[in-house]
Ligand binder design. Structure first.
Ligand SMILES: [Fe+2]
Ligand SMILES: [Fe+2]
Length: 135
Protein backbone atom coordinates (compact mmCIF):
# COMPACT_ATOMS: atom_id res chain seq x y z
CA UNK A 1 0.00 0.00 0.00
CA UNK A 2 1.28 3.43 -0.89
CA UNK A 3 1.33 5.88 2.00
CA UNK A 4 0.47 9.20 0.42
CA UNK A 5 3.18 11.79 0.95
CA UNK A 6 1.88 14.55 -1.30
CA UNK A 7 -1.73 14.98 -2.40
CA UNK A 8 -3.23 16.52 -5.50
CA UNK A 9 -5.66 19.35 -4.95
CA UNK A 10 -7.35 21.81 -7.26
CA UNK A 11 -4.97 24.55 -6.09
CA UNK A 12 -2.08 22.59 -7.63
CA UNK A 13 -3.65 22.79 -11.11
CA UNK A 14 -2.11 25.11 -13.69
CA UNK A 15 -5.30 24.77 -15.77
CA UNK A 16 -3.60 23.14 -18.75
CA UNK A 17 -4.65 19.50 -18.88
CA UNK A 18 -1.50 18.15 -20.52
CA UNK A 19 0.71 19.80 -17.88
CA UNK A 20 -1.56 18.79 -14.97
CA UNK A 21 -1.36 15.18 -16.16
CA UNK A 22 2.44 15.35 -16.23
CA UNK A 23 2.49 16.90 -12.76
CA UNK A 24 0.21 14.08 -11.55
CA UNK A 25 2.71 11.60 -12.96
CA UNK A 26 5.45 13.31 -10.91
CA UNK A 27 3.23 13.19 -7.84
CA UNK A 28 2.90 9.44 -8.34
CA UNK A 29 6.69 9.09 -8.52
CA UNK A 30 7.17 11.19 -5.37
CA UNK A 31 4.65 9.09 -3.44
CA UNK A 32 6.31 5.93 -4.73
CA UNK A 33 9.73 7.28 -3.65
CA UNK A 34 8.25 7.91 -0.21
CA UNK A 35 6.92 4.38 -0.01
CA UNK A 36 10.04 2.31 -0.72
CA UNK A 37 12.96 1.39 1.50
CA UNK A 38 15.88 3.18 -0.17
CA UNK A 39 18.43 1.06 1.70
CA UNK A 40 16.95 -2.24 0.55
CA UNK A 41 14.91 -1.67 -2.64
CA UNK A 42 17.82 -0.96 -4.99
CA UNK A 43 15.91 -1.98 -8.08
CA UNK A 44 12.91 0.21 -7.28
CA UNK A 45 15.19 3.10 -6.34
CA UNK A 46 16.89 2.82 -9.72
CA UNK A 47 13.57 2.70 -11.51
CA UNK A 48 12.29 5.77 -9.68
CA UNK A 49 15.45 7.77 -10.37
CA UNK A 50 15.32 6.74 -14.04
CA UNK A 51 11.69 7.76 -14.25
CA UNK A 52 12.46 11.11 -12.59
CA UNK A 53 14.98 11.74 -15.38
CA UNK A 54 12.56 10.59 -18.08
CA UNK A 55 9.83 12.77 -16.53
CA UNK A 56 12.11 15.79 -16.84
CA UNK A 57 12.87 15.07 -20.49
CA UNK A 58 9.19 15.00 -21.42
CA UNK A 59 7.78 17.57 -19.02
CA UNK A 60 10.39 20.31 -19.27
CA UNK A 61 10.21 20.10 -23.06
CA UNK A 62 6.44 20.58 -22.83
CA UNK A 63 6.66 23.63 -20.57
CA UNK A 64 9.56 25.18 -22.45
CA UNK A 65 7.83 24.79 -25.83
CA UNK A 66 4.87 26.69 -24.39
CA UNK A 67 7.19 29.39 -23.04
CA UNK A 68 8.39 29.96 -26.60
CA UNK A 69 4.91 29.73 -28.09
CA UNK A 70 3.43 32.14 -25.52
CA UNK A 71 6.44 34.47 -25.33
CA UNK A 72 6.66 33.94 -21.59
CA UNK A 73 8.81 36.58 -19.88
CA UNK A 74 9.89 34.33 -17.02
CA UNK A 75 11.32 31.68 -19.34
CA UNK A 76 15.03 32.23 -18.71
CA UNK A 77 14.94 31.79 -14.92
CA UNK A 78 12.48 28.92 -15.27
CA UNK A 79 14.64 27.01 -17.77
CA UNK A 80 17.62 27.50 -15.43
CA UNK A 81 15.58 25.91 -12.61
CA UNK A 82 14.76 22.95 -14.88
CA UNK A 83 18.48 22.49 -15.58
CA UNK A 84 19.07 22.55 -11.82
CA UNK A 85 16.57 19.71 -11.39
CA UNK A 86 18.32 17.59 -14.03
CA UNK A 87 21.74 18.18 -12.45
CA UNK A 88 20.39 17.29 -9.01
CA UNK A 89 18.62 14.10 -10.12
CA UNK A 90 21.73 12.97 -12.01
CA UNK A 91 23.77 13.58 -8.84
CA UNK A 92 21.27 11.59 -6.75
CA UNK A 93 21.45 8.82 -9.35
CA UNK A 94 25.25 8.75 -9.20
CA UNK A 95 25.26 8.80 -5.41
CA UNK A 96 22.67 6.04 -5.30
CA UNK A 97 24.95 3.85 -7.43
CA UNK A 98 27.85 4.30 -5.01
CA UNK A 99 25.69 3.94 -1.91
CA UNK A 100 25.86 7.52 -0.67
CA UNK A 101 22.29 8.61 -1.40
CA UNK A 102 19.81 8.32 1.45
CA UNK A 103 16.01 8.30 1.37
CA UNK A 104 16.10 11.77 2.92
CA UNK A 105 18.33 13.10 0.13
CA UNK A 106 15.74 12.00 -2.43
CA UNK A 107 12.60 12.93 -0.47
CA UNK A 108 13.84 16.32 0.71
CA UNK A 109 14.75 17.24 -2.83
CA UNK A 110 11.43 16.06 -4.28
CA UNK A 111 9.41 17.78 -1.57
CA UNK A 112 11.19 21.08 -2.10
CA UNK A 113 10.85 20.69 -5.87
CA UNK A 114 7.11 20.21 -5.45
CA UNK A 115 6.72 23.17 -3.09
CA UNK A 116 9.24 25.64 -4.51
CA UNK A 117 9.10 24.85 -8.19
CA UNK A 118 5.76 23.32 -9.02
CA UNK A 119 3.61 25.23 -6.55
CA UNK A 120 5.44 28.55 -6.86
CA UNK A 121 7.42 28.86 -10.08
CA UNK A 122 5.12 26.86 -12.38
CA UNK A 123 2.17 28.85 -11.09
CA UNK A 124 3.77 32.07 -12.32
CA UNK A 125 3.04 31.06 -15.95
CA UNK A 126 -0.65 30.29 -15.37
CA UNK A 127 -1.91 33.75 -16.37
CA UNK A 128 0.38 33.93 -19.39
CA UNK A 129 -0.65 30.46 -20.62
CA UNK A 130 -4.33 31.24 -20.11
CA UNK A 131 -4.03 34.52 -22.07
CA UNK A 132 -2.19 32.53 -24.74
CA UNK A 133 -5.22 30.24 -25.11
CA UNK A 134 -3.76 27.06 -23.60
CA UNK A 135 -6.08 24.77 -21.68
FE1 LIG B 1 6.15 21.71 -14.13
FE1 LIG C 1 8.61 24.06 -14.51
Amino acid sequence: MIVVFIKWSESVSVHVEEIDNQHKKLLGLINWAHDIDWDKDKEKGNRILNELIEFARVHFTTEENYFAKCNYGGAEAHVAAHMGYIAKVLLLYRNFQNGTCSADDVLNFLKSWWEDHLIKMDHKYVENFRACGLK
